[in-house]
Design a binder for this molecule. Sequence first.
Ligand code: GUN
Ligand code: FE
Length: 416
Amino acid sequence: MNRDFVLKGNIVYAPVLGELFIAENAFLVVRDGKVQAIKTEYQGEAIDYGNRLIIPSLCDMHVHASQYAMAGMGLDLELLPWLLAYTFPEESRYADRAYAEEVYEAFAKALLRAGTTRACVLGTIHTDTVLLLMDILERTGLTAYVGKVNMDRNAPKPLCEDTKTSLGETRRWIEESLKRYTHVKPMITPRFIPNCTPELLKGLGELAREFGVPIQSHLSENTGEVAWVKALEPDAAFYGQAYEKYGLFGDGVPTVMAHCVQSPKEERALLAKNGVLMAHCPDSNSNLASGMADVRAMLDAGVLVALGSDLAGGCTLSILEAAAQAIRISKLREAAGGGRALTMPETFYLATSAGAAFFGDGPGFTPGSPLHALVLDDSHLLGTRDLKPAQRLERCIYLSRDVKISAVYANGKKIR
Ligand code: GUN
Ligand code: FE
């Protein structure tokens, strides 16, 4: 496999929040799978993408692979009844290897079609089919953190593990997956406080530190959920403190918390202090009527933020679409007297570089970063020829359904 090559096209990436780097008709020089340089002149052979845009591939920081087959279902319900009526029955099916294989294969292909090459993925409680999901993602060439979900209370019988079994299976799964993969890694995944007893939460925090494995979960998504957590953990001043109490909130290992829609100011401060990344999932937050997350306040407080699809609370895997929705929701907030709306360059940063950082990679095409790239074809959209790359990128975000992703590179390899 040749890991030395050069791509030619209109290169755009977000080096820092709010800024775009743009090089028109430029050369992206890749050596040993890593970006070496961006050059305006290059004498050797190049893969010529003509007038197309070359951007970093997308990062989905919160996605349920095990909900792919129920996308778009039951979205007239709010979170808690939706989990009971749709999600838990669907996830119960993942004890069945044949079913899991069928959906997980389709999921991996769909991620690739959406241009996502790095993701934080949730499976189910079922260790063996989670390993199967990891096999499939690795074989597809994707980079991912994947979670075997932990649940030992308030769930229907098929999804309710006994605490000891849940911890024992998590240990077995971590040990197995740490030795099996190159680009796919385990991520400890307590579903959320209502589904995990204090004993399980404490044990998971200990496992995270023992193995140095990152953590993902759900936080302050919905008012009913927040009230439930307050009843379960009366000593915690706010939801995030309950995770912190069990060592699951950025305590020595990188942590992702999805949603943070209902987070009070104190929770924002703790997210920032502990370096916990907020996965903002605007499509899900609208579908499940969870609310409008205050991303501007999070950024102003110094919280790390990136985007997630939260499929199947969200009903699309497109992180370009998530970016458009993040901008729209921030505009609705601003119109209602909230803080300044997100700009396109800011949101493009959240969709790409902010997630890349969680995977230990530099922003976009900074030299030394493994190449994760998309080639976007917008040539069929009227007016493209007269536009500058930043305007074309904006259209690719708002019109993502009409834009063709003509190539996908991950870890220095063309995978689509
Ligand atoms: N909170 C706990 N489980 C889930 C889930 O599957 N989806 C969403 N959106 N929130 C959750
Ligand atoms: Fe979720």
